[in-house]
Every structure is written in structure tokens, then in C-alpha cells.
Design a protein around this ligand. Sequence first.
Ligand code: CO8
Length: 262
Amino acid sequence: MSYEFILTEVRGDGERKTGLITLNRPKQLNALNDGLMNELGAAMKAFDADDGIGCIVITGSEKAFAAGADIAAMASWTYMDVYKTDYITRNWETIRAIRKPVIAAVAGFALGGGCELAMMCDFIIAADTAKFGQPEIKLGIIPGAGGTQRLPRAISKAKAMDLVLTSRMMDAAEAERAGLVSRVVPAAELMDTVLAAAQNINDFSGPSVMMAKECVNRAYEGPLAEGIQFERRMFHSLFATEDQKEGMDAFVNKRKPAFKQR
Ligand code: CO8
């Protein structure tokens, strides 16, 4: 399938591969318009449904992961346009329904909706050129795709308030110290690092990868006691999989496991 605002490709050399999505509106610094978000949602759903894909990577350009929602497109919207249309939720929530891991590979600006999109991914690996921020306050609005909720969970209330209220940007080193990104690497090594991490995940058992993701999300979104109970049930259920037998037999017999389940 060909798209107007994104590029998609399959990368990797293992049995299961990585679905790579590149945001591709370079002149607008990958500003996220409705068309792009439609395509991103469709591409993610297609990769999620493809048994040959183990995980998904979203990236942008060297200059910008994404500089936010498209301000020019939003400029003339009225309250009723925004309230009635499903633009705001339709595509932005798709990523939450993806069962496979989604990694954000961020270089350059990740601002406003771009920072929110990165935070919706399961983890962020950043180039040392990355800059994160929620500058919506400068436009007379606030973050609208989860920024005020995910930032405090990711980096503390103090830092979230600082970013959201002052509009300042955070560089990659600060983002790593604050816990927003899992690793920072030199820009030239970003895609190799991310694709290696993705391939690492691709080679594991599909059920355990997807359940691990679900469990960590429970910790992030719900109370501890409920999360512990959920994890226990997921843990139990993995003993019904062939891959658990394979993984443990391989360990006991000192051989490499060949996980089969998608
Ligand atoms: N929307 C539309 N166009 C943009 C955006 C954007 N968010 N960001 C940059 N562009 C365009 C510029 O207008 C410019 O276009 P042109 O060449 O035609 O003039 C081109 O990209 C290059 O930008 P600059 O010349 O400004 O490049 P600089 O290197 O000088 O500056 C910055 C880079 C600092 C990133 C600057 O472009 C900037 O501040 N951009 C806006 C950042 C911003 O405010 N983002 C928040 C947007 S609001 C938002 O994301 C709300 C999310 C709500 C989600 C809910 C669903 C709708």
C-alpha cells in the first residue's frame, strides 16, 4: 500500500521482522495533519495484523520526529469543529490498541502532538539531537493528545509543569535523566540501535512479548494491587503456550530457543 504522508517498509533478517513507519512531511517538520494520522493508524493496524511482523518502529527525519499537530490546519477551527469531529481521538488513540511493541526513534524536534505521539509509543530511543516539549501554551491552547497526563507519569509533576507552563524544550540528555527516553545514542547510530532493539524483541515469543507489554501498561495506568493480580494471571497463562515449553527446554538443554508462536 502506498501512502502520501508516511513511508512504510519491512526491515530485519530474522523470521519475524520490524514494520518501520517514517513520518514524511519534511517541509512541515512532519506536522501531524489528519491525513498523516489516518495513514499512520492504517499502517500500524496493518503491521499489527501481520504475523510476519514482531514490532513496529515510528520515526521521522533528522530534523524532526514531529513538530506537533498541524497548526495551519487547526488555525480556523471553531469549538464545535473540534468538539464534534472525531479528528482528535480517531487516529490518536489507534496506537493504544496496538498489541505489538511500538518503539519511537526520535531525532530533532518532538513537540506538542509530536511529543505526545512519542509518549504513546511503548518506549523512546532518542538521538542526541532530540528536543522534547509541549509548547501549546504559546498558541493559546494546551496539549490535547495526552501530554498533560503522560508527562507527569513519565517525568514527574515538577518537570511536566515546567515544560507545559513555560513551553521550554528539554534536550535528549535531560529527557534521559528525567526518564522520558530509555536510551540516547549519537544521531548517526539511531536507526541501527532502534532496529537492533526491535529485532531483539522480534526473536522472542509473541505471546510473552504482547503480555509483557500489557502488564507494564497496567502498572502505568492502574492501581498496584490490580496490576499484580493481572500480571499473575498473564504469567499463569503463558504456561499454556508451546513457546514456554520451548524456552525452558532450550535453557535446560543449553541450546538456542526457536520460538514459534506469533
Ligand atoms: N504545524 C504546521 N507547520 C509547522 C509546524 C506545525 N506544528 N511546525 C513547523 N511547521 C512548518 C513551519 O511553518 C515552516 O513552514 P514554511 O517553511 O512553509 O514557513 C516549516 O515547518 C519549518 O519550520 P520553521 O521555519 O519554523 O523551522 P525552525 O527550525 O525555524 O523552527 C520549530 C522549528 C521550533 C519546531 C518551529 O517550527 C516551531 O515552533 N513549530 C511549532 C511547534 C509547536 O508549537 N508545536 C505544537 C503544535 S500544537 C499541537 O501539537 C497540539 C497537539 C494536539 C493533539 C490533538 C489532536 C489534534
